[in-house]
Ligand binder design. Structure first.
Ligand SMILES: [Zn+2]
Length: 154
């Protein structure tokens, strides 16, 4: 999943769920949602910052003092792991184990009918490499999220 999707999806959820969304809250959420992909600069992508061993303690630490920005940052972080779970694997206890899990959902359709395939996938984090990804649809989603932010928060 690319950064536009990671930022846009939780932002739209925040705008839909929050009674009083703010620019600061949206910024904290977006920064948290993008933060785990700093792993891309480590030896392995989807490693330390994609591990629940780091994300969950940060969430509980952020939840206790009641700082809304820290909580939104950690919720953005957890949303990143949730979304990555559906587009590859996350290693839940990295570095204790490098093994990761995810869900692969494939839809097909055509003259012979339609179907949906759901399967659990398991492998190790990808080694660091250069990324080249098509982001056209994600930019459209980001424009929608920015428009919703402007309409809801002006
Ligand atoms: Zn990621």
């Amino acid at each position: 999943m690319d950064p536009f999707e990671h930022a846009s999806i939780p932002t739209l959820a925040y705008l839909a769920i929050s009674n009083e969304p703010t620019w600061g809250g949206a910024l904290a959420l977006i920064l948290g949602a993008l933060f785990p992909d700093l792993d891309a600069f480590c030896r392995e992508h989807r490693s330390y910052l994609h591990s629940l061993l780091f994300a969950l303690p940060v969430f509980f630490l952020a939840y206790l003092p009641g700082n809304p920005y820290a909580l939104l940052f950690s919720l953005g972080w957890l949303s990143h792991l949730f979304l990555d779970f559906f587009t590859g694997v996350i290693p839940p206890v990295y570095p204790l184990s490098r093994r990761g899990w995810g869900i692969s959902i494939t839809a097909r359709g055509g003259p012979s009918g339609a179907g949906l395939s759901i399967r659990i996938i398991e492998h190790y984090p990808d080694p660091r490499h250069e990324y080249r990804i098509e982001v056209g649809g994600s930019v459209a989603l980001a424009i929608l999220a920015i428009t919703a932010l402007i309409i809801r928060l002006h």
